[in-house]
Design a protein around this ligand. Structure first.
Ligand code: BDR
Ligand code: CA
Length: 324
C-alpha cells in the first residue's frame, strides 16, 4: 500500500523536484500540499506548486495556502537562488487549477485526521520554514499527535548556507522549528532531519537533463530538465542538486541514507548563530552529564549524516522516465 504523505513547501526549484517525485512514485500517496512563504512570497509559492502538480497530472491533490510570514522574523526570500518567480523563471503558462479554500493549517488537520482514522497515519514532509507546522502544533495539538512521522528538510550538523551558522529553512523561522521539535517530544512523533550534510549529495547532470527534456513538452520531463538546467547555470556547474527531493527519496529508499539518533536543539538567540541547529555528536555520556545545558527536553532526532547521492539521483530520474 502506498504511504500517505503531505508535503509542506515553499516552491522553490528543489521543492518542485520533491513534488515531482512525490506525485509520480507509486510507493507514495500524496494526500495534500501546503504552502508557506520562504524561497518566494506566498502567492508565487502557491502558483509554482499548482504548476508542478499540473505538469505531473496531479491537479486533484489539494493545495492549501498558509503563512506568508514567519512567527517572529520578517520574511526574507531566496529569489537570488531560485529565480524571480521562485521557480527557475521557465515562462510556463499560468496553472488552471485553484488553491483549496481551506487555510493550510486546516488542510493539514483534516488530512492528518482522515489518514489516522483510516489506520494509516500520514508522514509529514516539511521542506520549507516550519511556520505552518508550528501553527498546527499550537492550534490543533490533538491532530499534531496523530502524525505518523515527520521527515523535514532543514538545519545541518556541520553545514550551513543562509548564514555562516544556519540553514535557510530554520534561519527563516527558528521559533517554528523549535516549537515543532518540542511538540514532537510532547506527542511522541518521530522526527528525521534531512539537512545540509546530505542535501547536496544527489546531483543531476546536464546530460540527465537532456534525457528528461526529450520525454515530453510540458510534463515532468520538460519541467525537471528546465529546473536542473536553470540551477546548473546559476551555479556555473554541469550539475545541480535535487535538494528537498532527497527527503522524499528517503521515504522510498531508506537504505540510501545513513542516519544517527542525536539530540538536536535550535539556537534562538546568539549574535551570529541564530537559527543554527545544534546537533550533539558527543559520544561519551560522561561529558553530557556534566554539561550545564544537560540533555533534558532535548529532542532526539534521526539526523541524516551520509547519503548515496548517485543512487538517489538515479531514483529521481528513473521515476520521471517510468511515468512515460
Ligand atoms: C532549503 O532552503 C530552500 O532554499 C530550499 O528549497 C531548501 O528547502 C535549503 O537550505
Ligand atoms: Ca524548500
Amino acid at each position: 500500500m502506498a504511504l500517505p504523505v503531505i508535503l509542506d513547501v515553499d516552491t522553490g526549484v528543489d521543492d518542485a523536484c520533491a513534488l515531482i517525485l512525490a506525485t509520480l512514485h507509486p510507493d507514495l500517496d500524496l494526500r495534500a500540499v501546503t504552502c508557506v512563504g520562504g524561497n518566494a512570497p506566498l502567492p508565487d509559492v502557491v502558483r509554482n506548486t499548482l504548476t508542478v502538480l499540473e505538469a505531473c497530472g496531479a491537479s486533484a491533490v489539494p493545495v492549501g495556502a498558509g503563512a506568508s510570514h514567519p512567527l517572529l522574523e520578517r520574511p526574507v526570500d531566496a529569489r537570488h537562488v531560485h529565480g524571480d518567480d521562485g521557480m527557475a523563471d521557465l515562462g510556463w503558462p499560468a496553472p488552471r487549477g485553484a488553491v483549496d479554500p481551506r487555510h493550510a493549517v486546516d488542510l493539514l488537520r483534516e488530512t492528518i485526521d482522515v489518514a489516522a482514522a483510516e489506520g494509516t497515519p500520514v508522514t509529514l514532509v516539511p521542506l520549507a520554514p516550519m511556520t505552518n507546522i508550528a501553527l498546527l502544533a499550537r492550534m490543533y495539538p490533538e491532530s499534531f499527535a496523530r502524525i505518523g512521522r515527520i521527515v523535514f528538510m532543514g538545519g545541518g550538523a556541520m553545514v550551513s548556507n543562509a548564514t555562516a551558522s544556519a540553514e535557510f529553512n530554520v534561519f527563516h523561522d527558528p521559533e517554528a522549528t523549535a516549537i515543532v521539535l518540542d511538540a514532537s517530544v510532547d506527542h511522541d512523533v518521530s522526527v528525521t532531519m534531512y539537512g545540509l550534510d546530505v542535501f547536496y549529495g544527489p546531483q543531476i547532470t546536464l546530460a540527465d537533463a537532456d534525457e528528461l527534456a526529450a520525454l515530453d513538452d510540458r510534463g515532468p520531463g520538460a519541467l525537471g530538465a528546465g529546473l536542473m538546467r536553470f540551477m546548473s547555470k546559476r551555479l556555473t556547474s554541469d550539475s545541480a542538486t535535487i535538494g528537498d527531493a532527497g527527503a522524499v527519496a528517503l521515504l522510498i529508499d531508506p537504505g540510501a541514507v545513513r542516519t544517527e539518533r542525536l539530540p538536536v536543539r535550535v539556537e534562538l538567540s546568539g549574535t551570529w548563530t541564530r537559527g543554527r541547529t545544534i546537533v550533539d555528536t558527543r559520544d561519551w555520556s560522561g561529558d553530557m552529564k556534566h554539561d550545564p545545558h544537560g540533555l533534558a527536553h532535548a529532542q532526539h532526532v534521526e539526523v541524516a549524516l551520509e547519503i548515496d547521492g548517485p543512487r538517489v539521483a538515479r531514483l529521481w530520474v528513473d521515476t520521471i522516465k517510468g511515468a512515460h
